[in-house]
Design a protein around this ligand. Structure first.
Ligand code: GCU
Length: 608
């Protein structure tokens, strides 16, 4: 039986054999072969290509077996029961659900295969990098296993130097997006479980000693001091590194330690600070003897002081909106810079200076776009609703996703808040999990603010935001849907008063009501634009009575797909709380919020 099947246990047993996930900073700034385009695929609901009848192990030649193996028949009498060349293809990047109606609801495994010609250069190293694959990816190249990545929204890369052929190469990966209790997110969430290779794929080339990672930002409490770190890969002690910011007349000579690492701090003056109104970025060059990386970085300080948020030392109100990473016109995960830009420009049209990227890290392009467009960002890991709190592997997974998110966007001026979760019920086991997450976020990045979208506790007309997790957060954020969920109608919510035991900045991370664009009625008619408009008018009064409010991100910029939204007429698989419909139609409430933000903008002290 030529065709051997591979079992998970066998794959894990040989885990030592495959390369580690390498986090390369700003890979897009490097020489690379982009492998986007059409990839063959095989839908494999029964894991036939991975397990098969006997659960066999790798064959005696050490070949991976299963569908990882080159599927070309050697002779017509060979029994091969799959053939990528003759299989259909999908766009990469792109979720599979929006590319084939039969895959709209598909959750399970799909195999991807791509062949490409390449001629590796002497003395260079090569990394196969994925921007995002939802949810679990088993990756191989040329019949060699590279590794496994879990988590649907953050980049990962494997070194393939020495595995690459001088000529034809092939990549095979098994992608599985099955929802699981112990996963992150867990098996119940209010968005579409888009599966597949949803981000770009590239073969990145570096010198043998290269700048693997760097972080540059102003010191949290001192706009006249720049702090940074550089990680070289393959370098020894004393390796020379130069940081240059030509436009600011800044240059710093450094030398790495025996692990190729250096941290530094230097005084700076005359910098133009990055802000939404003035999204100034500087070209930064980091050079070593063998390598150079260029990046566009904005410099700003962000602090929580008492009950205020200070951007570059000046109080700011975050005129925000929440957003899912979905292009409604596809509908599916954004596939291009244009898709991402459209979403962010809609937020600008609303006069926002802030976006909550819900509930998972969004396409890598969006934070760079936000840097250039002047939008502040809240980024979040999908620790959402009822996670498997007592499962150590689940915590490890959540922390890995947090680490990868911060690793990816730590040089983005636009990103000011890391969120460690959304609407997680206040229990002792959850508390331990979430406190660990908040501590990790603070440890990973002391230059930004940490928050989470908390639930409220209501008693009569009193709303309490007293979740103990608030102690660990820099900003106390909460979701409230008074006037939509529960018994109140929009005009009844002003009876509530909110009490928050923390003297910290407060942010309303969600408020919203559903409306089917074009459906009209009076303001008591659910799903009518008038009901949603009435909701916003009353909420915008109500929020002004929330103590220490420094911002809000109403739910949500645009209608998004959710398998949990099943009313055939009003929802039909869409969460309708958008201020824009899935066809880009602005609902009445869009203008109510926009006008509210315009008024705030005019009232705000300049300088942001
Ligand atoms: C929740 C949740 C969102 C959800 C929204 C809604 O609060 O955080 O993910 O979509 O409410 O009910 O529309």
């Amino acid at each position: 039986m030529k065709h051997f099947l591979w079992s998970l246990a066998c794959w894990l047993a040989t885990s030592g054999a495959y390369s580690q996930n390498v986090a390369i900073q700003h890979a897009a700034g490097r020489t690379s072969l982009v492998l986007d385009g059409r990839w063959h695929y095989i839908v494999d609901p029964y894991e036939t290509g991975f397990r098969g009848f006997q659960g066999a192990t790798a064959d005696e030649t050490g070949k991976l077996g299963g569908f990882f193996e080159d599927s070309h028949q050697r002779s017509p009498s060979d029994l091969v029961e799959y053939d990528f060349d003759k299989s259909p293809s999908l766009d990469v990047p792109g979720d599979w659900n929006s590319q084939n109606d039969q895959l709209l609801y598909y959750e399970g495994s799909i195999w991807y295969e791509r062949e490409f010609e390449f001629h590796p250069r002497q003395g260079k190293r090569y990394f196969l990098r994925f921007n995002a694959v939802n949810y679990e990816a088993y990756v191989s190249m040329n019949d060699q296993k590279l590794g496994v990545h879990t988590g649907g929204f953050t980049p990962f890369a494997f070194e393939v130097t020495g595995i690459l052929h001088d000529g034809m190469n092939f990549i095979v990966l098994k992608v599985n997006n099955t929802r699981k209790k112990e996963a992150v997110p867990t098996d119940n969430f209010d968005w579409w479980n888009y599966g597949g290779i949803t981000g770009s794929v590239m073969l990145v080339e570096t010198p043998s000693v290269y700048i693997r990672d760097y972080r540059l930002q102003l010191a949290r409490d001192d706009p006249h001091r720049m702090e940074g770190q550089v990680w070289l890969d393959g370098a020894g002690a004393g390796s020379k590194i130069t940081i240059r910011i030509p436009e600011a007349g800044l240059q710093k000579q450094l030398s790495a330690d025996h692990e190729g690492y250096v941290a530094f701090s230097m005084p700076v003056s005359g910098l133009q600070y990055w802000s939404p109104d003035h999204p100034k970025r500087y070209e930064v060059l980091i050079t070593t003897e063998a390598d150079t990386i260029r990046d566009q970085i904005g410099f700003r300080t962000i602090q929580a002081k008492g009950s205020r948020i200070l951007l570059n030392g000046i109080p700011i109100f975050l005129r925000g909106i929440a957003l899912h990473d979905e292009d409604p016109f596809i509908p599916g995960r954004p596939r291009s810079e244009a898709d991402c830009r459209m979403l962010l420009l809609w937020a600008k049209e609303l006069h926002c200076n802030f976006i909550r990227m819900a509930h998972y890290p969004h396409n890598e392009l969006e934070s760079r776009l936000a840097d250039s467009l002047g939008l502040l960002l809240w980024e979040e890991v999908p620790v959402y609703w009822t996670i498997d709190w007592t499962n150590g592997a689940t915590l490890k997974n959540a922390e890995q996703q947090l680490t990868e998110m911060i690793q990816r966007d730590k040089n983005r001026a636009s990103v000011i808040i890391w969120s460690v979760g959304n609407e997680t019920p206040n229990t002792a086991v959850r508390e331990r999990f979430m406190e660990a997450m908040a501590d990790s976020a603070h440890a990973l990045d002391s230059g930004r603010l940490v928050s989470a979208a908390l639930l409220t506790r209501t008693n009569g007309d009193s709303v309490f935001v007293d979740d103990p997790l608030g102690r660990k957060l820099d900003i106390v954020s909460f979701n409230e849907y008074y006037g939509w969920y529960g018994n109140d109608r929009p005009w009844q919510i002003n009876r509530y008063h909110v009490s928050i035991p923390y003297r910290k900045p407060v942010l309303i991370s969600e408020l919203g009501a559903g409306a089917l664009a074009g459906f009209h009625g009076d303001s008591t008619t659910r799903f009518s634009e008038e009901y949603q408009a009435s909701f916003y008018r009353n909420q915008l009064d109500f929020v002004q009575r929330v103590p220490n409010l420094v911002g809000m991100t109403p739910w949500v910029l645009v209608d998004f797909r959710s398998p949990k939204r099943l009313h055939p007429e009003f929802q039909d698989g869409w969460n309708r709380k958008g201020l824009l419909s899935e066809t880009g139609q602005k609902k009445s409430a869009f203008y109510i919020l926009r006008d509210f933000y315009i008024k705030m903008e005019h009232a705000e002290p300049s300088g942001h």
